[in-house]
Design a protein around this ligand. Structure first.
Ligand code: 5RP
Length: 225
C-alpha cells in the first residue's frame, strides 16, 4: 500500500468509532479528507445522525457537500470525539500539527473534546519530534519582530509562503512561521516559551492531548490507546 492507501485505511477505520447522535470534531488534511468521505457514506447509507465540528473552511465545505450537519465549536455544548491527522507523533503520544496551517482551530476543537483520536500513516510515527518543521500561527502585525526574536533564540524560523511568494494565510488570516528544529528535546518547555511570546497566537505542539492513535501499517490499521 502506498501512503495514500494507508491514509484511506485509517480514515475508514476511524469512522467505526463514531456512534449515532455523536458530536464529532473533524480535523483537517489529506488523511481526514478520507475519514470525512467515509463518514459521509455512513450518514447517507446508514442514516447516521451526527453533528460535525470542522476545524477549517476546507473540511466544513467537504462535510456540507456530503450532507453532514456542520456546527461551529461555539454552537455545540460538547464534542464527544475529535478525529484529526498529525504531522509527527512520538512514542509517548505527543504530536506536531499544523502542516495544513489549521493548528489553531484544531487545537481549540481538540481541547474542547471529550476524546481525541489521531489517524496517521506509519511514516508519521517518530522516535523524537522535530524533524517536521514546527508551525506557529502569528499575527501579521509585528510578525517580522517575532521572526527576529525566534531567529536570535536559534529556532530557525521561516515564513510559510505560497508559490506566488505570498504569505500563506490561515483561516483567521494570520501568517505561519515554521521552525526548523531537527529535534525537540524538551517539548513542554518549548511550548511554554512560544505561547508566551506576544504575537504568536498558537504553536503546533499538541502535548498530552490524544487518547487514541490509529496507525496505517502494511498489515492493517493498528489502534494504540
Ligand atoms: C493540518 C494538520 C494536519 O492534520 C496534518 O498536517 C496532517 O495532514 P495530512 O493528513 O495531509 O498528512 O495538522 O493543520
Amino acid at each position: 500500500m502506498d501512503q495514500n492507501e494507508l491514509k484511506k485505511l485509517v480514515g475508514e477505520e476511524a469512522v467505526k468509532f463514531i456512534e449515532d447522535n455523536m458530536v464529532v470534531g473533524l480535523g483537517t488534511g489529506s488523511t481526514v479528507k478520507f475519514m470525512v468521505d467515509a463518514l459521509g457514506a455512513r450518514v447517507k447509507n446508514e442514516g447516521l445522525h451526527i453533528v460535525g465540528v470542522p476545524t477549517s473552511n476546507r473540511t466544513a465545505e467537504q462535510a456540507r457537500s456530503l450532507g453532514i450537519t456542520v456546527k461551529s465549536v461555539d454552537e455545540v455544548d460538547h464534542i464527544d470525539l475529535t478525529i484529526d491527522g498529525a504531522d509527527e507523533i512520538s512514542n509517548d503520544f505527543q504530536g506536531i500539527k499544523g502542516g495544513g496551517a489549521a493548528h489553531l482551530f484544531e487545537k481549540i476543537v481538540a481541547t474542547n473534546s471529550n476524546k481525541v483520536m489521531w489517524i496517521v500513516d506509519e511514516s508519521k510515527m517518530v522516535h523524537k519530534l522535530g524533524k517536521f518543521p514546527l508551525p506557529l500561527e502569528v499575527i501579521p502585525y509585528g510578525s517580522k519582530q517575532v521572526f527576529k526574536k525566534l531567529e536570535k533564540k536559534g529556532l530557525h524560523p521561516e515564513f510559510r509562503m505560497d508559490e506566488q511568494g505570498k504569505h500563506v494565510l490561515t483561516d483567521s488570516e494570520n501568517y505561519v512561521i515554521d521552525l526548523h528544529l531537527g529535534e525537540i528535546d524538551h517539548p513542554h518547555e518549548l511550548a511554554d516559551y512560544l505561547i508566551k511570546e506576544v504575537g504568536i497566537v498558537e504553536q503546533g505542539l499538541f502535548l498530552d492531548m490524544v487518547n487514541t492513535v490509529i496507525v496505517g501499517r502494511q498489515d492493517g490499521p493498528e489502534v494504540l490507546q
